[in-house]
Ligand binder design. Sequence first.
Ligand SMILES: [Zn+2]
Length: 246
Amino acid sequence: MKAAPEAQKRLLDLAELDTSLDRLRHRRRTLPELAEIDELSKRLAQVSTQIIAAETEAGDLARDQAKAESDVDAVRVRVDRDQKRLDSGQVSSPKDLASLQSEIVSLRRRQSDLEEVVLEIMERREAADARVTTLKSEREEVTGTLRAAEDRRDVAFAEIDKETGELTSGRSAITADVPADLLGLYEKMREQTGVGAAMLHGGRCLGCRTSLSIADLNRIRAAAHDEVVRCEECRRILVRTAESGL
Ligand SMILES: [Zn+2]
């Protein structure tokens, strides 16, 4: 392949620019905020599930409490009614009186048992409500941290994208100076090795850092200036400059 030495030299600018673009792509992919956002999103989903569970439990307990309170009320109504009958003096038979008094005693015991149940449910309900409150404040905190991380990510993305845009326009300006076949070879090598072209500097290929053999250097020395030469080691396009040591 043949190409004007100036076009070949442009490949070094292109390689430098592509390295910068690769670095930007890598930075965009590995921003610490991305891992942080992932972690926080998982935590947020977890907390939201826990809130639903705690709210469901609190709701169930509220229903249980209402039911237990209405049980207490029903017994209280019966105790009041029996007590009124007793106080009215209308029940005179000793047998009926004894039976009424015994019913009142047993109803009062039942009422006290049911009131215990209400208290126990209320305690559990308070605990569930407190859990909901704690989880909601945690959700708020995680959401705030997540939004802040997303903002930092967006700022970094915007910065990277701006720089990428500038380098990409610079790249178009360079590729306009490089003939299509040389550019094609550059892109192919770039795909295979990450870097398409390297400088021959002091007898070394700066792509793979190998010192060229005397025979290879002689071969390159003998090659025409517009001949496109390659590194025998890494196959990259070797660009000759004043510092090539030829
Ligand atoms: Zn090389």
